[in-house]
Design a protein around this ligand. Sequence first.
Ligand code: FAD
Ligand code: AMP
Length: 480
Amino acid sequence: MSEQQTFDVVVIGAGPAGYHAAIRAAQLGLKTACIDAALGKDGKPALGGTCLRVGCIPSKALLDSSRQYWNMGHLFDQHGISFKDAKIDVATMVGRKDKIVKQFTGGIEMLFKANKVKAFFGFGTLHNGNVVKVKQHDGSEVELKGTNVILAAGSDSIELPFAKFDGDCIVDNVGALDFTEVPNRLAVIGAGVIGLELGSVWKRLGAEVTILEALPDFLAVADAEVSKTAAREFKKQGLDIRLGAKVSATETKGKGKKKEVLVTYSDAKGEQTLTVDKLLVAVGRRAATKGLLADDTGVKLNERGQIEVDAHCHTGVDGVWAIGDCVRGPMLAHKGFEEGIAVAELIAGLPGHVNFDTIPWVIYTEPEIAWVGKTEQQLKDEGVPYKVGSFPFAAVGRAVAMAEPVGFAKVIAHAESDRVLGLHLVGANVSELVHEGVLTMEFKGSADDLARICHAHPTMSEAIHDAAMAVDKRAIHKAN
Ligand code: FAD
Ligand code: AMP
């Protein structure tokens, strides 16, 4: 092994959390290294983590391709556009996605160089005394010592014991982003964000998609009216979402092109079976801590296998921090971004902070779903008095002009102070609108503030403006 190299900061993992931490630390003048073990589809090291390789960005690339295809058959006729023989070339679509992934993973490598972050390509293990041993891809080992070590190891898909990933018929997100043709029949276990997004991709391209969800309620994490609207629209699109359907077994049969999977699940009617060509298991993700920690580090895991941290992402071991998907909190790239920056700033002696109350959530289905803050149910449970204003996109000029009238904006404000407590959206492109709520909440604004802010006409954002006015029953474009 070569001589030990010393750094102010050693980051393990170059996903959204890790690369943000590394770049911010380097910007603040700290000598920084970042280690990542991942390889891209071409077998070469690829920085950027799950998000850039097999998560946020590639899924959005396929969602966008499939949306264009779907709109040809379902929206264009309203505009008077007709065409003959629309076809989808899956290889071209996936190739486009791969190019985007390559562009962005390569971009992180360039950013590391520009910011003088030293990249190590291999698997890192933390040892006692902030020593990180890295097994590089060429088999050599290097030893790094960091005054601070930031663990940003991310997460892996949860595998079900009765539905082991085979990289062919039974897959996780990695496989479902790389199908070589549209499956005739696709089953998805789990109606969470990943299941809904990737199920939508293949449904839009022509697959018969069945989503099996063990819980009785659809998308219980979102506002109930939002979930109801989304469920109605997904049903119209032909997504077959079966609730209260718990999968208990699978069996792969046949060979080659004739291979199929028999899925057994039970619901209120008893035991059921379903035969499909592909099965996507999307039942959640767990912290990727295997091999990350030697026995003597003192870093603790909680009962969910996540690295235990305090409110500032400190593990309790001197100089050791942990951020992103491998710690508590929502498994979202932007949550990791903020933690990465906050920890780098704390290390540099600045007041780093993450406001968990204003982290936006987005589901990139059609319609999109986005929210920030509390739902009505949460406020009821907490006994907080609130008032609500909502406004449908069907009454928004821009939405109707775009032939995208589905959904609504809902503003929830405190009944007494009028302070905005939540913004809930379902509709076209609402991922871009949710930040009005984030900003208002960050600045501790009221529904009246939102109502008095001039919004451009005609824009989709007018739904939020009118919803804010509706909180006090003074919306202009609907009866209050
Ligand atoms: P990761 O991105 O998982 O990165 C961790 C990195 O560390 C990996 O590259 C891994 O190889 C490396 N690593 C781990 N252990 C070691 C080790 N011991 N040594 C060296 N390297 C190591 N979130 C959103 O906000 N928006 C979305 O639209 C979205 N879409 C998603 C779609 C899909 C299909 C999936 C699967 C996820 C999606 N997510 C989305 C979630 C998002 O990808 C994660 O929240 C985010 O990537 C977490 O960032 P992270 O840096 O904590 O970990
Ligand atoms: P998320 O955690 O948001 O990715 O969603 C995963 C979903 O998978 C959850 O809603 C779980 O209820 C669901 N789930 C987990 N195990 C099963 C199972 N065996 N059968 C059906 N659904 C499941």
